[in-house]
Every structure is written in structure tokens, then in C-alpha cells.
Design a protein around this ligand. Sequence first.
Ligand code: URA
Length: 222
Amino acid sequence: MASCDPFLALFCYLTGEWPHPLKNTSPLPSASDELLLSLEKIRQRVLTCTACSLYQTAKQSVFSDGSPHTPLVFVGEAPGEEEDNQGLPFVGRAGKLLTATLEKFGVSRNKVYICNILKHRPPNNRPPTLEETLACTPFLREQISLIQPKLIVALGNSAAKYLLSTEDGITKTRGKEHTSILGFPVFPTFHPAAVLRNYTAYYPLFETDIHEALQRVGLCQR
Ligand code: URA
């Protein structure tokens, strides 16, 4: 049993100032702090994740970039070489195209949240296996359910197929809003790496899709 200082007890009795054990004068954490803290806890688990073998070949994990206080989340496939080097998603050539397209519509990348299905780079950028996807997507699901976005842009086939639970290819699903397995609307578009490979045909469609997604969530009024 906790001992009680008799002088403190007498003082409290005389002054009526009994220190309440639940009394805490530090300010309550805001919802914004709670969100950052919860995401940081997931990031810490990703750092030590061994659920698939990719942590053995990747240089580091790649969790997210941008702000979780956003209506718009971008989901790609997996980190590439530059992402693996820097520990940030979409910072290589494909990522620069995404960033430049957002900026074309007056939106800096720190106004949206950017992440991937896989948090570790597959060797030689091969597509994720089903086992890797199943092992890693619980993290993505937690990220999305904390952020509660108005819209998720699926970048490319892997993200769109997973989020829509479909075998339909990106040319069929892109540019339309769908209901996702996570319960949030998903708007698929081409992966920016695919756009770089076929720029003339794909860039105008990619640009239109990004513009439409930004307008839908109110990040771009023009
Ligand atoms: N491709 C992706 O799908 N994600 C990245 O982060 C980079 C390239």
C-alpha cells in the first residue's frame, strides 16, 4: 500500500487541496499529435519487420512522405533504387514526374500523403509477389485507416489491382472513381514510370487524372 506523509495529509486536510491522483496539468495531445504518433508507431514496426525476406536485400524501409493531414493519398507499388537509397517514396525519375505534375496544379507534394504497397524494395525492381503483398499490406491498411482520406490515387497496376481487388488492368480502371476494399474511394491512374516509358500517349491522360483527383478533394480549384 502507498504510504502517506502525515504532514502532507494534514496540510491537505486544512487547505482542502487534496492532490487528485488523476490530476495532470500538461495539455492534452491534439488529434493531430495523436495521428502523427500513431503513424510513427507503425513506422517503427516497419523498421524491424521481417514478415517477408525483402528486408534482407533492401538498404532500408520506405514508409511515407508528405502530410497525413490531407484529403488525398497516393499509393504506388514499391520503392525503387532511389527510394531505397533515400528512404522516401517517389523521389526517383517517376517520383519527380509525379511531383512536377502536382506542382503544375499548384499543389506541393507536402500537401498530400505518398506511400507504397510494399515498404521494402524488391531486388531489381521486380513486381511484388503475392506473399510479399499479403505480408506488407496490413501496414498500408493501418496508414489509410488512420488518415481517413477523401480519395486514394492508385498509381499503376499493382496498387489498383490490390485496392480494387480486381484483375482489370489500369487502362480499364483509370480515370474513374471506384469503391476500394478499404472502404475509401480509389481513383486509379497510370504509374508515372509507365508514363515515362510512353510519354506521348500516357502523359496527357496522367495529367488529366491527377488534375481530376486534386479537384475532387478540393486541393485545386482551377
Ligand atoms: N515506384 C513506386 O511504385 N514507388 C516508389 O516509391 C517509386 C517508384
